[in-house]
Write a protein that binds this ligand. Sequence first.
Ligand code: SF4
Length: 298
Amino acid sequence: MSPSGANKNPLSRAAGGERFCRPDSPRADTYKTKRDSMKQMKFSGRAEDAIRSALLAWFRRNARSLPWRKSRDPYAIWVSEVMLQQTQVATVIPYYQRFLEAFPTVADLARAPLERVLQLWSGLGYYRRARYLHQAAKELVRSFAEVFPRDYEQVRSLPGVGDYTARAVLSIAFGLPYTLLDGNVARVLSRLVALRGNLHQPGFRRVVEAQLERLLSPRSPGDFNQSLMELGQTLCLPRAPRCADCPVRSWCRVTNPAGLNFTLSHVPGARRNPITLPPPSSGAGREWPWCGAWTTAC
Ligand code: SF4
């Protein structure tokens, strides 16, 4: 829940801010330069502090109870991150629990025969993940004395560990200030600042990354990263965001201006039939079915 009213939103009309752009305008899609984009997206330092606090408070009150969230063990968090790649949370939970029961430590995993690891992975798919996990466990035992490294380059040197997984483990397990950008996070941020784009476009990605860097909580980067992911997974949904319950709705540009028109480029026929949002006074509240449906096409 936001601690402030609409007037405190530096981007709202009430606050005299006219910096948001209509999301159906060409400006929303294509900024001439990265500098233009940054100018459009920038929140004041005060607003960033407030957004950060609101996200963290909401996450601490509302975070789903997931088994890997009960641990700060980098090994357990690493296993969960690998399992969650391309796989739904509900699917992963029983696999994660069985895996950690069978291999409670990295040394247990390294000692296990590959066949046993694959057996426990059976049904989860993308079996290369399990092979890499096993290889990386052996490497952790051989070269790191069973201690998960805190250094980004060392983590990346482990078999199968990419940038995202390294950042996830370092921020969540060790509290190091690494941002995490996935499709959910990009959707939340792009709606918050009313910028449409696609994560596969380098320019858009850089702008979102820069915004994320500014918002990141230096004290609780792990919780901050998880709060944005949780928001994208539970409230800021692709097609029907639940804005009424959103902790950052006071700052979100898509909830303030009345009568925004925009086109959902990912919906067949939407370009021919742009959707007009009702003004807030119409009684539709913030449960507009297409409210801020910017997507990242990820
Ligand atoms: S107010 Fe709505 S669109 Fe904006 S971030 Fe929250 S859930 Fe997403």
